[in-house]
Write a new protein. Sequence first.
Lengths: 250, 250
Amino acid sequence: MLKNEREREIINFLKTEDGFVTVKTLCEKLYTSESSIRRDLTALEQKGIIKKTYGGAELVKSFSNVVSFIKRSHHNINEKKIIAKKAKSLLRDGDIIFLDQSSTSFYLANEIMSDSTLTVITNNIEILSLLSNSALRVISSGGILSSENRNCLIGADAHSIFENIRAHKVFFSTKSLSEDGIISDCTREEVLVRNVMLQNSEQKIFLCDSEKLGTKSPYKQTTLNHVDFLITENDNAVIFSESFPALQIM
Amino acid sequence: MLKNEREREIINFLKTEDGFVTVKTLCEKLYTSESSIRRDLTALEQKGIIKKTYGGAELVKSFSNVVSFIKRSHHNINEKKIIAKKAKSLLRDGDIIFLDQSSTSFYLANEIMSDSTLTVITNNIEILSLLSNSALRVISSGGILSSENRNCLIGADAHSIFENIRAHKVFFSTKSLSEDGIISDCTREEVLVRNVMLQNSEQKIFLCDSEKLGTKSPYKQTTLNHVDFLITENDNAVIFSESFPALQIM
DNA sequence: AAAATATTGATTTATTTTGATAAAAACAGT
DNA sequence: ACTGTTTTTATCAAAATAAATCAATATTTT
């Protein structure tokens, strides 16, 4: 692996992890020696992108737009990455996809960064920032920056993009999936915009780490019988296969 | 295989891949020697299309690393911060403002992060990311992620937000301001969306670090007689006070 | 067709990058 | 403050890549 390539990977790593990596981790992930990693890190530090610390490096804080989304708490990162990998396997060349405001969608965005045949439409500003470093065709919804999560766009202007584009697939995730197959979430406005995505997409793919399973949230999004794929990181979701025979579980 | 044919293929390769290829890969894919590939690469580099790196080459426009953005934003950083501070002094409580896709606007956004009475409308995704960490009311345009700069939204969906909101002030910046007062920029789509901002704002405030002074770019944005304020980091702009008596220079 | 010019790939030479090692520095626990 | 461990820095030879050179081939011009 070349220096150039590594530097990009390192930045990417910092962005998708919590803004910090150890030298060791980088060695393992990038299959290279400590020396090289250290040299890369000093180079990146001189460019002002990262800050070396004892044992590793972190993204510089001053460029909050590069870092912004890292501050947000992403839980169950590993589960979400597994789900993202599975979700990726459903994609075909040339697909037009909606990615919702969930963090799981963000990890999917990360997986597809180099699939330049795809078109991504999203209201998730973390995804927008991330994919601004890719060659993908990206379309953002407009709208009001959600006052609750501050990571997505909502309101009428957010709806209009999804109303006017027909997607092959929508990938989405919410807070809760109850035993009876009701998918629900916590904020009304976000449910509304996600609904528009669901209505205007041929396939609906629900990304659901098993922690959500068996929980309930105030605002109903949809039910599993309207969903084509249910992707979890393990096999816990098979309980739905009886009640929803048409649902494909991955 | 002929030279220009190869060059085309190389560019094509860079565009469809990750924005980076190794010399080796090119040798294999194009069935030719390292020497030829290297010669092609140096030629393409001189044309300014690619940038050679150890082991390969990358697209120059390449967004694909964060570096490009940081470089851009770091250019004349102090001047831009001075301008941003001056611009901030024009703001009143409750103002609704348009911030354009320029990096100078980004620094203004940085200055106003704690003024929670303001409403910001922008097509600059860096500003969007930044202000997602603030308490400001923020509205984003929709649109296509610009393929050139990868830092802003363009196209019809970008226009519509600015068409439907009337702002108190628009803060904007472009590549060039010539001696005769013509403000111009490099990409047509960006000029267009900025135009909509200008049309729908009461006051028009041009942020212009003095390096832009006396230069010209292909696409005309507007002229100084349509501008209310011209803000620079020093006094170089006073030369315009005679020709444009209505213009306020800061 | 011959001459002039440009392009190619092989070879050699120079430069950059790499990984290993040892010594210095930073850290953690006592 | 001392000790053992981990991490950093500095250095160097080996490996990988780039640049320069040149004869052979291809292309264009005359």
